[in-house]
Design a protein around this ligand. Sequence first.
Ligand SMILES: NC(=O)c1ccc[n+]([C@@H]2O[C@H](COP(=O)([O-])OP(=O)(O)OC[C@H]3O[C@@H](n4cnc5c(N)ncnc54)[C@H](OP(=O)(O)O)[C@@H]3O)[C@@H](O)[C@H]2O)c1
Length: 351
Amino acid sequence: MALLAVRKARLLLPSFLEVSGVARSFGIDSSPTRLISSSLISRMLPSHAEPSGTAGMPLAAGSEGFSFARREFAAAASGQAQVFAPGTEAADKARSASLPSSSSPPQSAAKTVPASAPPVRDRLLVIGGNGFVGGHICKAAVEKGYKVSSLNRSGPPQHSESWVKHVDWIRGNVFEPPSWRHSLKDVQGVISCVGAFGSYETMKRVCGDANVTAVNTAAEEGVKRFVFISAADMGLPTFVLRGYFEGKREAERAIREKLPYGGIIFRPSFIHGNRRVGSLTLPLGLVGSPLEAIFKSSAGKWVHGLPLVGPLIVPPINVETLAKAAVLAAKNNVVPPGIMDVWQISRLAER
Ligand SMILES: NC(=O)c1ccc[n+]([C@@H]2O[C@H](COP(=O)([O-])OP(=O)(O)OC[C@H]3O[C@@H](n4cnc5c(N)ncnc54)[C@H](OP(=O)(O)O)[C@@H]3O)[C@@H](O)[C@H]2O)c1
């Protein structure tokens, strides 16, 4: 027993002296209690402990495909991680790049190679910024003081509200990336509001293909965050608006695949607020606001409790609430990737 204790002490002593010596030379308090407690703490913490900023932000239930570890998201959000599937060629390259090679000089002797500074990515690009939802998103972002661009085919909206002149209006078709790819250079986050109703083909193309093109182009240009205004399906029969929902889900798949760490999918139902049509303003809130209020009241809870009917009813959301949440999600790395339903969007807007 005594022999064992002496052996253990002989094993531990050099490493303790080594650590405390190095720590002292950096002016770090390396008292034994502190060293022991920090090592104990690090053993007790789960290896995937995440920064407090991401804790408590739930991933939406049913966020299929967003099942990667939150540890990886947290590291990626801080711009430090490059996550590769183990065993892939990319993983091998990354590993060997991180290991010091016998021929490479030690770190301290290596010459610093001056690199040209990458562009500062502090701009938001709203695709469809002259539409109903996109206009409110541009307005919310301008009011926050962000740099904002909008991409759409017809340029700025017809009205002249003060925020319009603070947006950089890019005329272009999302289906033609060469005409607008350059506008992504300094973009931190993209918010896509492209969608349409019409024939099956139109809806599939505009809700699906257009957004898939936008996602692919943004990912190729190194955009970190992408917010997609999708839609809740509300359990409608499959033949109702089939092209619309097929298109939306196709775009969602592209986001999960291409931007797994920064893709956020909003699934609202009816969005209400003031919609401008030419010189007219349609007050959609006349219907939407009372409905939203009902859902927020105790009566709303009763409706949700109804068998069959309840799950089909998703409350409407005010366009300003959704716009605020979209800007936050596109700018803020602590908003985790995944699907957000109308309740989560509302909660995010309250932050
Ligand atoms: N409104 C609702 O109640 C509601 C509910 C749930 C989900 N959503 C979704 O929210 C999104 C926004 O809806 P919204 O009501 O604001 O629609 P909207 O007013 O019709 O706006 C659509 C925008 O997309 C742009 N656009 C269309 N095709 C384009 C293309 N090929 N290239 C570039 N820009 C293009 C349009 O501008 P140009 O025509 O000038 O190109 C317009 O700015 C849609 O995806 C919709 O499905 C809406």
